[in-house]
Design a protein around this ligand. Structure first.
Ligand code: HEC
Length: 233
């Protein structure tokens, strides 16, 4: 018994080292939560004036980030940001501020935090995971308008799916953020929804669950739903 445990442990270490040498990705906990918190302050001070809903620049969470940077190394992302942002004053921040801001962007996009800080020196070895259906079977959240037709529940005018780690309903703080997310153009069939209070119909909701696909239909196997305050049109 004991021997089996030790053996398994060894295999796990070997496997993780193999993975890191092969293709380390932003999925693997490449920044710390403290670093992302510092990055959030950088973002508040230098980025958010443009990068917000209704701002002059795109919101940096969601499919856009993945689309722009899929399969790029974090060094490429870092260099892009450092040499072009803030738009009116490129390269005006310190390397640490840029790398912290990058950690925050990874957090915004649902990549998990881990035990070690992201350092400029290691950026070239880490990739943004590729797009090719990579969110399938991933826990995501989507925001949209809840509708029901017979037994079929859907979310229309929905956002692109964003990775999330927690299957539980969004907290009040998260919900406040999600309420500001603009409606999108996607629609998802919600599975494992067996009823929702009538008042929820036509309401903006945040759904979390595992993303799957059937033909062209995108589905979310729902783990939680929570209403937001905005009404759908
Ligand atoms: C004065 C407005 C402004 C500020 C401030 C600003 N940006 Fe931007 N940013 C833009 C615009 C506009 C674009 C999109 C057009 C482009 O790529 O040139 C952009 C694009 C980006 C992109 C690429 C998005 C993509 O999907 O292609 C990233 C990443 C980014 N900004 C990060 C940042 C960070 C981090 C900061 C703060 C350090 C910041 N920006 C500050 C205006 C701004």
């Amino acid at each position: 018994m004991r021997r089996a445990t030790v053996f398994l442990f060894f295999v796990l270490i070997a496997a993780s080292q193999f993975a890191s040498a092969q293709d380390k990705t932003a999925d693997q906990g490449v920044y710390t939560s403290a670093q992302a918190a510092r990055g959030a302050s950088v973002f508040e001070a230098h980025c958010v004036t443009c990068h917000k809903e209704g701002g002059t620049a795109p919101v940096l969470a969601g499919a856009r980030f993945t689309k722009s940077f899929a399969d790029s190394t974090l060094l490429a992302v870092f260099t892009t940001i450092q040499t072009t942002m803030p738009r009116q004053a490129p390269a005006s921040l310190t390397g640490t501020e840029y790398v912290d801001a990058l950690a925050y962007l990874l957090k915004l996009n649902g990549y998990p935090d881990g035990m070690t800080e992201l350092a400029v020196g290691g950026l070239g070895d880490i990739k943004v995971p590729g797009q090719g259906g990579s969110l399938e079977f991933t826990l995501v959240h989507v925001v949209g308008c809840l509708a029901q037709m017979g037994r079929t529940w859907t979310l229309s005018q929905a956002t692109d799916p964003i990775r999330t780690r927690a299957p539980e309903p969004a907290t009040d703080a998260e919900a406040a953020d999600l309420d500001r997310v603009p409606f999108g153009q996607r629609s998802f069939r919600l599975q494992q929804v067996y009823g929702a209070p009538p008042g929820w119909m036509g309401q903006k909701v945040a759904a979390k669950g595992f993303l799957t696909r059937s033909g062209t239909e995108e589905r979310v196997n729902v783990t939680s739903l929570r209403t937001l305050t905005t009404q759908c049109s």
